[in-house]
Design a protein. Sequence first.
Length: 131
Amino acid sequence: AAWGPPAGPVRSGRQSGSGLRANQAVAFPMAALAAGARACGLAVPHAAWAHDPGRDADDVTPEALGLAAELALDTTRLGMHLHGARGLLLASSIQRCYRRAAVEAVRLGQPRTLWRRLGARRLAGLVEAIE
């Protein structure tokens, strides 16, 4: 849902006589977000599958949550940047996405906290396996 508003000015915007898509400073972050969206699109269903009876979802769930939260925050942050001052207006859809992402992305904890917990859990498992 957050991908549409950031992409709007990129599709229609122009700078120095060419479209914004031609600008590497815009195209590369958008490509990184597209790759992140693809990864998140794979991680979230995998996390749901891992919650089936008899499966272990302990590592998969925080990973999917961390990916989704970071993607939402990064996408809306870039969208606000691309929209400029127009993005701050109450009528702007990107500001609504940005505000929602800022609240929802941290509902179950900051992404860095989720990653830290997941890393600690995985390291503890390695230590147990070595001992």
